[in-house]
Design a protein around this ligand. Structure first.
Ligand SMILES: C[S@@+](CC[C@H](N)C(=O)[O-])C[C@H]1O[C@@H](n2cnc3c(N)ncnc32)[C@H](O)[C@@H]1O
Length: 223
């Protein structure tokens, strides 16, 4: 096996790693982690040990940690990491927008892909992205700076007053949905749309559910 040749591990170490892998699997199942997490749990320790063989200088680890921190800034506090709406989702969101001028916000706009797409398709509308993770913020600002109907704000989504928008879009995680729904209900005007990509609001059935390709779906509430 490539790993063992690379690392020159003894059979005793393999036995320990097998034990660790088994325990990691049991732990993952007990915690009811999604299946795609399980291989990561099993491989984390052998990968870390294999990496030690390369005797990388400590600053490499610090650099990787800092890069991850700049991207996944909100994974710890809000429990919202970075993953992106698909292109099929962009088109489905476009299909939900009311005709005419409107103000749209993407709460946690990531790399700004959705905003760039919509701003190009709907020049009469105004698009705003809110982001607090430094690297995604920089990338979306660079991507969207030439678009006159698009603005990226460095802000915490919880500090944004929603009443100025007719459409609020978010693709976050299960964690903030109940609180965000309370905020949307308190601030959005009657008739405004609240669109959540994939994540439901506990106890509030959407008015519309649009299946998009892959694992994403749009849940839509009209205020
Ligand atoms: C799953 S990504 C979605 C990106 C983009 N909206 C899309 O659909 O492609 C969620 C984004 O929300 C950002 N985010 C999470 N909590 C936030 C907060 N409190 N304030 C601002 N942005 C936040 C994350 O940094 C991340 O970029």
């Amino acid at each position: 096996m490539l790993l063992s040749r690379l690392a020159g591990w003894q059979p005793e170490l393999w036995a320990l790693l097998a034990l660790h892998g088994g325990l990691a699997l049991l732990w993952s199942a007990w915690l009811k982690l999604p299946r795609w997490w399980w291989p990561f749990q099993v491989l984390a320790l052998p990968a870390a040990l294999a990496l030690l063989r390369f005797e990388l200088p400590p600053w490499v680890f610090l650099l990787v940690f800092l890069l991850l921190l700049l991207v996944y800034w909100n994974a710890g506090g809000d429990r919202v990491p970075l993953y992106l709406s698909s292109r099929a989702t962009w088109a489905a969101v476009e299909g939900l927008l009311p005709a005419g001028p409107l103000a749209f916000v993407d709460l946690g706009c990531g790399l700004g892909g959705l905003l760039g797409y919509l701003a190009g398709r709907r020049p009469e509308a105004r698009f705003c992205g809110v982001e607090s993770a430094p690297l995604p913020l920089l990338i979306s600002w660079l991507r969207l700076r030439g678009r006159p109907n698009c603005q990226v704000r460095r802000a915490d989504l919880w500090q944004v007053e929603l009443s100025e928008f007719q459409v609020v879009y978010c693709f976050l995680s299960p964690e903030p949905m109940a609180e965000l729904w309370r905020k949307a209900r308190a601030e959005l005007r009657p008739g405004a749309l609240f669109i959540s990509n994939s994540f439901a609001v506990p106890g509030a059935a959407p008015d519309l559910s649009v299946k998009v390709g892959g694992r994403q779906r749009l849940l839509v509430w009209r205020m």
